[in-house]
Design a protein around this ligand. Structure first.
Ligand SMILES: *[C@@H]1O[C@H](CO)[C@@H](O)[C@H](O)[C@H]1NC(C)=O
Length: 235
């Protein structure tokens, strides 16, 4: 099996490809992918062995300038399609795109536009060519998206009070930030129904950046706190 991971630690953004030997529990590094279109990678979703869509959530690379950019809330960020050789901007004018996911049939791409507090969906007309289908306002800072391969539901990790999770990540003392996990029922790229699956005021779980669902169990991850395992009684 292969695994791709974003490396945003160095002076250049890259996507690192590994071969994952599951029985042995080892990763072997295969390739480092760099491209001028990678300005600030946040998340990616694979569409083939070497092709993927990825979100750029900032245009500036300097951390202090990024903090200013954070508060401008301008629609200046993008989604890039990497075709195996080079990256191409596939959708512009997005508001801090964060998580990205694809429908099980690979017809629709879902993008969490975190500063617009919405999940937008795009039809993939050809590889790298996207058409906007719909945007659903969720009223919370949307973080990562996961698609349940069986039902096609989109699981959304959100932070209901955006500035609190920003403070928690920037200054990891004091503040509690609440958590909220939403499940979106989709049909043809349009959200049909939104259910609140888990919420907490921050006393048990500080923020909720990601949730993944498997056979009644949910794993919830946080930017700075712990990992929570829940059993869903209504899923
Ligand atoms: C958070 O909720 C818990 C109960 O789940 C309650 O005891 C606590 O006072 C609440 N904290 C705040 C800050 O509202």
């Amino acid at each position: 099996m292969q695994m791709h991971a974003i490396d945003e630690a160095g002076s250049e953004e890259s996507v690192e490809k590994f071969l994952w030997n599951i029985p042995a529990g080892t990763l072997t590094h295969v390739r480092s992918i760099k491209d001028a279109s990678f300005t600030s990678l946040n998340d990616l979703v694979m569409t083939g062995l070497d092709t993927f869509y990825t979100t750029n959530d900032y245009i500036f690379r300097n951390n202090w300038i990024r903090r200013l950019e954070y508060f401008t809330f301008l629609p200046i960020n993008n989604v890039v399609y990497f075709d195996g050789k080079a990256g191409h901007v596939a959708m512009r004018q997005l508001r801090r795109p964060n998580g990205i996911a694809i429908s099980p049939d690979h017809r629709f791409l879902y993008v969490a536009e975190s500063s617009a507090k919405q999940v937008s969906t795009f039809r993939i007309s050809r590889p790298g060519q996207l058409e906007h289908v719909s945007s659903r306002y969720l009223g919370a800072l949307v973080d990562n998206l996961n698609v349940d391969p069986d039902s096609g539901d989109v699981w959304v990790g959100t932070h209901p009070i955006g500035y609190k999770i920003f403070l928690k990540v920037a200054f990891p003392v004091g503040t509690l930030s609440p958590s909220l996990i939403l499940r979106l029922k989709m049909y043809a790229g349009v959200v049909q129904d939104v259910s609140q699956i888990y919420s907490n005021n921050g006393s048990a779980l500080i923020g909720s950046g990601v949730a993944s669902f498997y056979k009644g169990g949910i794993l919830i991850g946080t930017p700075t706190h712990k990992l929570l395992y829940c059993e869903c009684l209504i899923c």
